[in-house]
Write a protein that binds this ligand. Sequence first.
Ligand code: GLV
Length: 329
Amino acid sequence: MAQIERPRTIVTRRVPAAVEARMAELFDAEFNASDEPWAPERLHEAAARADVLVPTLTDEIDADLIAAAGPRLRLIANFGVGVDHIDLAAARAKNIIVTNTPGVLTEDTADMTMALILSVPRRLAEGEKLVRAGEWGGWSPTGMLGHRINRKALGIIGMGRIGQAVARRARGFGLSIHYHNRHRLPDAVEAELGATHWPDLDDMLTEIDILSINCPYTRETRHLIDARRLALLGREVYLINTSRGEIVDEAALVATLEAGGIAGAGLDVYEDEPVIDPRLLALDNVVLLPHMGSATYEGREAMGDKVIANIRIWADGHRPPDQVLEGWI
Ligand code: GLV
């Protein structure tokens, strides 16, 4: 285990000022003043010199970068919970520890998921646009009708921290909770959430009114929701994704939406961020957000605290608390 007084710590994007200030106190820290995502060459340069790299989800920490890392690089302390942009196997092969920031963005991401669950069936964004466009002619018995949330069935894919936090909120809105997860939850948690477990995802998809994607993006979950599974959802079903765009085959989603195969979608994430398929922009029954599920001041500071704690504990010669173990996600 390392024991380094002031590890050279290179942070690839701007993080909250208080976090940068604390990092500068504790570490030999370098920041990206421009906040422009770094090109691969610049990331390689950082990985060649750093003891600790602090990337985030806009950085591709692939096998090439890890192979080119200098001998000093021993810790990749990711700013964020998802680690799908980091080649964990390549890091492990080089004995580089990877950490993330679990737990501190759970509630914020669940709030944003719930906001989309409410917004899409109730046409919040459409209504807002109507008012701003000066086109609202006043209340009418048939104006702006959407679909009721209460007593509908919510299917959650991925019942980890965020999925469970979504379930808790959704219960308060009168939704019944269904879930598909690699592992079944303990009975007590299932009972608390009133959640029904579906071992077969396809079976669940035919029984729900709203689908919320809350699992991590891994090799196994890439395009988990593809054209075939989208077809299992009915024409009245809404799809919400606040996890990672790659879990849904976006081209198939667009085709399904255009054909009226599902009722609408609420998306915070996309396959090729920040590029948004122009066909999505043309659809009224889709709410599109700019990957802002965890974007709270409180959450981002807490993420920074976690990054700092992981680095400090590691630099003091201990196992960092949020080490990501391959196969864990
Ligand atoms: C946000 O998407 C994160 O992975 O932290």
